[in-house]
Design a protein around this ligand. Structure first.
Ligand code: AMP
Ligand code: GLY
Length: 428
């Protein structure tokens, strides 16, 4: 089987790495890919936001199966375009991808199907949003979300009405997130611990892939601005057998049944962002794809052929069963460029990747890297994810940081506390 992975981050490197080791797979391609991915797959340049261009790539290489990493091509209908051409692809249709591309759709959908989530209000104009704020119906802190895709930056938590008004104005009048903020969602602030849960589904059956915890803030102890994710560990000790049963019964099944009954069955990876509250697990967000950096710690735990599962999902023939998952702990530390998450420095030479990869139990996945005159250099905010595996979280943490210690580039920043929550428990 010839497989095409769409995307260019560390998540896609982890996908390509896993697929390249499987018996079923004769060749892995990646569009557009990166220098790390090029060591396990053939990279083909293309615009990740252009489904028609990606279809040309798949046709030219006679690809048997395509798997999509990021949300952008999904929200632009890549699955519909490939399906119309008779090409197997794993991911949701454009209509089903609205679970991520429109927060208002996701909230209304959850309300229709009684999926537990925070109370909310959708507003279509600044006037109605400002009017709704009078009387402070949800109290403070209050969560404001731009409806559309905003590169993970469209969520603002405000402490009082004055900041809520300022945020509404910046989203809806100054249009800080462009058209993504033309509708906004107010949400009640949920108190609890966050974890995420992943399944692969063909629309009816699903296979749980496990749980993880992300570290979204740039600095240790969850301080500083939000990022795309500075590190992750898997599995999440918060997602106990009991919690998992509730997530499946109260969230995953109703979502799949609901999408089916509304005429746009959900196929692909579903990422359930959870807040584990005193009243049980509630949905904070859906992503219609795997997470980054969660994938880098979740996929190495999968002890069976991903290509087979993907093929069955694409054909609508996925069995309902548990996947074989390794018991080891995995911890992934993101090495980010200077300036991240604001304007980042690029073009800085990177050294030590081979030495890091040679540490037993370590894996290095590339994201914002490129080659300049044969030298690996930085080319994005999140540059590499270094993953450590261990029979305990402490062991996995040691391995990840030992490997990361080999890597150098000017301005490199990373958190020193990735995985600590799994060892000492969450701060409450
Ligand atoms: P989202 O992009 O929807 O996942 O939101 C980004 C982050 O904002 C989440 O990871 C949470 O930390 C926080 N957040 C979102 N919604 C809520 C909520 N209703 N209550 C508390 N925190 C939230
Ligand atoms: N790490 C969060 C995400 O992939 O959206």
């Amino acid at each position: 089987m010839k497989i095409l992975v769409i995307g260019s981050g560390a998540r896609e490197h982890a996908l390509a790495w896993k697929l390249s080791r499987e018996r079923n797979v004769t060749a892995v391609f990646c569009s557009p890919g990166n220098p790390g991915i090029a060591s396990v797959a053939r990279c083909l340049d293309a615009d990740v936001g252009n489904p028609a261009e990606l279809l040309k790539v798949a046709r030219s290489q006679a690809i048997d199966l395509t798997v999509v990493g990021p949300e952008l091509p999904l929200s632009r209908g890549i699955v519909d375009v490939f399906t119309a051409d008779g090409r197997a692809i794993v991911g949701p249709s454009q209509a089903a991808a609205a679970l991520e591309s429109s927060k208002a759709f996701a909230k209304d959908f959850m309300a229709r199907h009684k999926v537990p989530t925070a109370s909310y209000q959708v507003c279509e104009s600044a006037t109605s949003a400002l009017a709704w704020l009078e009387g402070d119906p949800f109290g403070y802190p209050l969560v404001l979300k731009a409806d559309g895709l905003a590169a993970g930056k469209g969520v603002v938590i405000v402490p009082d009405r004055q900041s809520a008004i300022a945020t509404v104005e910046s989203m809806m009048i100054e249009r800080r997130f462009g058209s993504a903020g033309d509708r906004i969602v107010f949400e009640q602030f949920l108190v609890g611990q966050e974890a995420s849960y992943f399944v692969l589904t063909d629309g009816t059956s699903f296979i749980p892939l496990g749980s993880a915890q992300d570290h979204k803030r740039i600095f240790d102890d969850d301080q500083g601005p939000n990022t795309g994710g500075m590190g992750a560990f898997a599995p999440s000790p918060l997602v106990t057998v009991d919690v998992e049963r509730r997530v499946i019964d109260e969230i995953v099944r109703p979502v799949l049944d609901g999408m089916q009954s509304e005429g746009h069955p959900y196929r692909g990876f579903l990422y359930v962002g959870l807040m584990l509250t005193a009243d049980g697990p509630k949905v904070v967000e859906f992503n219609v794809r795997l997470g980054d950096p969660e994938t880098q710690v979740v996929l190495p735990m999968l002890d069976e052929e991903l290509s087979w599962l993907l093929g069955e999902a694409a054909m609508g023939a996925l069995p309902s069963r548990r996947a074989r998952i390794l018991p080891d702990a995995h911890v992934g530390v993101v090495l980010a460029a200077g300036g991240y998450p604001e304007a980042v420095e690029t073009g800085r030479p990177i050294t030590g990747v081979d030495a890091a990869s040679a540490v037993p139990g370590a894996l290095v996945f590339h994201a914002g890297t490129s080659k300049r005159d044969g030298q690996l250099v930085t080319s994005g905010g999140r540059v590499l994810t270094v993953v450590g595996r261990g029979s305990t979280f402490s062991g996995a943490i040691d391995t990840a940081y030992q490997a990361a210690a080999h890597i150098r580039f000017e301005g490199m920043q990373f958190r020193r506390d990735i995985g600590r929550k799994a060892v000492i428990g969450p701060r409450v």
